[in-house]
Design a protein around this ligand. Structure first.
Ligand code: F6P
Length: 323
């Protein structure tokens, strides 16, 4: 029998489609192992403010297909302070929470590290649309966000084509270009600007537009990652230097919503079950990941010190077929 009798679960940072299936799987697997489960509301804020509910098998019914997170989420400023963390530890002790499962991104995992240092056992599950967690090839929410962005850009293409315009589109991703490079390839963008690679407007956009225009191209799609930004400035420059009518669109938070895709539901379920299995074997202070299609886990400290490189092959593919 595991020494863990009560497990707390929370979602933290930006929400991601698939967080609900992850919560569902944590609750169901933990109950299977005889553990009690406490749902912590609004990320680490719920620990600071003692906003905690008991969860049972039925608390997670009818959520597998729902976007967002039934536990709500937050980026807790107070939890970044020593005082906030101490309050969180006291709340865990008061509720008899032996271990925490945290679904979120890098910032949330730094929270796990802080709590682990104060004696609270933690497991992190990567949940963010950005796919920017170094210890994992995949993060929950990424697939749904990719498809949402792709569908919206397909719609933009229609109007861009009808008006023979140029569209400059910003997709999310914080400091990472995963969403941009993949949606750019999938929607046939002429140029994809990502934070991982420096760019020059004349060389990477204008000259390619002129070159393809000479070959008969009449509408243009320029994908810009959030980490590059400046879509309105870039659009103005394109219009003033090429004479082609140009519009800028920021897709924004709609990319974080929607019913999770099959891949996100399955991945979330697998990662969450793995998190509970670790606890049931008295293993903790680990971050779950997916590597080469296998669910794996790493020490928190190791996971946070890893780096992730955008696949250079994807960058090459985007370049050679965007003409
Ligand atoms: O991490 C997910 C994400 O959507 C990023 O792509 C984006 O930079 C950020 O969150 C936006 O955060 P907020 O919802 O706080 O504006």
């Amino acid at each position: 029998m595991s020494e863990i009798k009560t497990v707390g679960v929370l979602t933290s940072g930006g929400d991601a489609p698939g967080m609900n299936p992850a919560i569902r799987a944590v609750v169901r697997r933990a109950i299977y192992h005889g553990m009690a489960v406490k749902g912590i509301k609004r990320g680490y804020n719920g620990l600071i403010e003692d906003d905690i509910v008991d969860m049972n098998l039925r608390s997670v019914s009818e959520i597998i297909h729902r976007g967002g997170t039934i536990l709500y989420t937050a980026r807790s400023k107070e939890f970044m302070t020593e005082e906030g963390q101490n309050k969180a530890v006291e709340t865990c002790r008061r509720h008899g929470i032996d271990a925490l499962i945290v679904i979120g991104g890098d910032g949330s995992f730094r929270g796990c590290r802080a709590l682990a240092a104060k004696g609270i056992k933690c497991i992190g599950i990567p949940g963010t649309i950005d796919n920017d967690i170094a210890c994992s090839d995949y993060t929950i929410g990424y697939d749904t966000a990719l498809n949402t962005a792709m569908e919206m850009i397909d719609k933009l293409r229609d109007t861009t084509q009808s008006h023979e315009r140029c569209s400059v589109v910003e997709v999310m991703g914080r400091h990472s270009g995963y969403l941009a490079i993949n949606t750019g390839i999938a929607t046939g963008a002429l140029c994809i600007l990502i934070p991982e690679k420096s760019f020059n407007v004349e060389r990477d956009i204008l000259s390619r537009m002129r070159e393809t225009q000479a070959q008969g191209k009449k509408n243009f799609l320029i994908l810009v990652a959030e980490g590059v930004g400046q879509v309105f400035k870039i659009a103005e420059e394109i219009q003033s230097k090429t004479g082609i009518e140009t519009r800028a669109t920021v897709l924004g938070h709609v990319q974080r919503g929607g019913s999770p895709s099959l891949r996100d539901r399955v991945m979330a379920s697998q990662m969450a079950v793995k998190a509970v299995e670790l606890l049931s074997n008295d293993k903790y202070n680990r971050i779950i990941g997916m590597k080469y299609d296998r669910i794996v886990d790493f020490d928190i400290e190791d996971a946070l010190s890893m780096e992730k490189e955008l696949d250079p092959h994807l960058i090459e593919v985007a370049k050679v077929i965007s003409i």
